[in-house]
Each structure stands twice: as C-alpha cells, then as structure tokens.
Design a protein around this ligand. Sequence first.
Ligand SMILES: [Zn+2]
Length: 446
Amino acid sequence: MKLVIDGARVWDGSGSFHDKGTIVIDGGKIEAVLTGAERDTYEIPADAEKIAGHGKLAIPGLVNAHTHLYSSLARGMALPNYSPSTFTQILEQLWWRLDKALDPASVRMSALVGAMEAARCGVATLIDHHASPHAITGSLAAVKGAVNTDVGLRGAFCYELSDRDGMGIRDEGIEENLDFLSTDDPSDSMSTALFGLHASFTLSDDSLAKVSESIPDGAGVHIHVAEGPEDEEQCQAEHGLRIVERLDKFDLLRNRSILAHCLHIDEAEKDLVADSGAIVVHNPRSNMNNAVGVFDIAGFLKRGITVGLGTDGLGENMLSELFTAGILQKVSNGDSLAAGFGDMQKILFDNNPQIASLLLGAQLGRIAPGYSADIALFDYNPPTPIDAGNVLGHLLFGIAVHDMHVSDLIINGRPVIGSGHFTKIDEERTYAQAREVAAALWARIA
Ligand SMILES: [Zn+2]
C-alpha cells in the first residue's frame, strides 16, 4: 500500500525546494516527488494512506550520530555530594553512579523514553552508546527492541566497554558487543551494531588487544576520544602515545569507527584520523555543559574528515543542537561569521545521513526518488519567504529556536507519529510508567 503526503512544502535536504509537492511512498522507499502539472494530474490511489500536507514543511528524517539513551531518566535527579572539578569527576559523580544503578526495566524504559523524544524532534536514526554495568547481558537487544520495535526508529547499537568495574564486567561487555554484532543482519536497514568502547583512559592495553583480536573484519568501534584533557594526558603518561595513535596501533581506526568529541587531539592526530577514514562526531551542548572545550570544526572539515553531529544524551533535538554548534563557534572565535550555513548544512544534512547510510546499508537523507522514506513533517507557517536558498535559516531560527515538534514522522515508509500522536505507543501511560521506573532507579543510586 502506498503512503502519499499531499501538498506539503518539501525540502529535499539539499538544493531543491517546492512550495507544493506530493510525496509518494511505496514499500519503505520514496517513489516520486510530484510538483507542478505532474502533481495536478496525479490521482492518489483509492487504497493509499494519505497525509494532508497543507501548512506542513517536509524535511528528511534527522540522524543523531552520538547519544546515550540510558541517560533519559536522569532528568531532575538530585545527586547528593555532587561537586566535580574535572571531567573525570563528572563521570564518577554522575554518569557512573547512574549507569551502575540501571536494571533491565530501567534500561528498556530509558531507551523507550529517549527514542520517543527523538521522534518528537524529527529524528529517525539514533547512533547509541549504551552502558549498564550491572545489567549488561541482553541490554543491547532490549535497547534495540525499544528503539526499533516499540517506537519505530532506526538505530546503531553498542555496549560501552570499560575496565572501570573490574575484569568480570569488562569481559561481559566484550561478550555483549560480540553477541550483538553476531546477530547483525546486513539486510536489515533498521538496525546495526558497532563495538562500543568507553574511552582510552578506562581501557588497558590488554582490553584493547582483546577487542582488536575479536572484533569482526569490517566492523567499527564507537568510542569517546579526548573529551576531557585528562584522556590525552593519561594516554601519553601511561602508554607514551597520543590517543589516536593508540587506537591506530590496535587497528581500531576504521571507516565505520565513530570517534566522539576529539576536543583535545593535536594536528598530527587529525591527519591520522583523515587518513583512516574514521568518523568524528561533535556534541556541542554536552561539551559546553561539561566545560571541556570547543571543537575545531574548521580544522576537521578542511581535512575532508566526515564530521557528524550528536547530542551525547543531552536531549535528542538535532536542529537545536545544530543551532548551538553554530553559535558556539561564533562566540569562541569572536567571529559572527564563523560556522556558516554551508558547513552547518553539510554536517547535519549531508554527513549525518552519510554516516547512518554507511552503517545501516540504507540510502538516507534526501526526499528524492529511490531514497528510504524517512520524512519529518512540521506544522510550519513561515512569516517570511522560504526557498531552497534560505530553508536552513528557517530550520535554525524558526523551528529550532522555537523548539517546534513534528506533526508527523515517517520512518522506512511507516508513520511513527501521525497528527502529533505516536502510532504504536500510548504516550501518557508510558510516561507514567517511566516516572515510576525513574523513581526506583534514583532510589538505588549510591
Ligand atoms: Zn558520549
């Protein structure tokens, strides 16, 4: 059965914009985008599902290239004795206390709530980095179930391997990654697996050697790199190498590998990343919130490195994250022209879908024939002219600044949100359950 979005403003994600277009979807793919006389003469099949597009703006479904769904139930949590003065202390006093308290019920509920909030913001694909040291085995299947099945989003999943909780938990983390990688079906464009690593400073040479020996050929890793300055300091003091050199030594710089943050790597390491084809993901709001530094967007882009954008678990709103990425560069460079629209559009609308397409084996990121049908619709009545040349300005200064949510979200040709409501989930009931699960989780935090 076809799905037809009739009469919306349509931005293809690149250089094409139509004031009135009809998008025809069939079998998970976009079959046609009809405009002008072609649209006028098109007869919507009687058995097609139809979405009235009048007053709506259609854009490609968004990608969050680095997130932590497990952090979804931290909102409003009181933390006694919280007074970090370094990034490592933020991990020790907040995130490692939270993740140790996660049990199977809170793992699933965190993923469910996070995926729902992503959907509301027009996000169709999540690249997640999961940690629950006392509920590891089966956790990736649970996160995938919530993301893929319960909500209907695409996902790339991995478990955050670390030495921090002892060798037994480390080994369980290796097994969870390998088990999940072994179930990865390359023909399933809704889900894929990466090998998750926390960071260089929480992984010994023995652990990295085990990963290097066991990771399947062609698989990538998903790791935090030089998020705080102490990651590089520890690497040089203990291993006599910079972090990117150390990852290269263990053959983990791969073209499917995602290096999150890379705030404190040096110019030679950037060259090494460029040569390897590895992906770098910028997370501006998290970096600002942790006061860990400012990402060198221009330095990575000029080397041809694929720079993606993520939220690092600080919400799931990618348009708003992009807005922040821009203003952070402006304020830190003292230049109101830093991070121009060209670079911003490239990061969110070219690079993020390119990353997701590579990992998932899908064709994502454009509203054009042959692409996967991931489409976000916003009720958006622009008070100023809108066209292909200024649509990014509308997304950033209209939809992002005003925190607008989608009216409809189509993923793989299927409606996930329709007329403002989730198609498969009772939001009110789920959130009521989430509050109970969150309260129990908070009570377990030591
Ligand atoms: Zn992260």
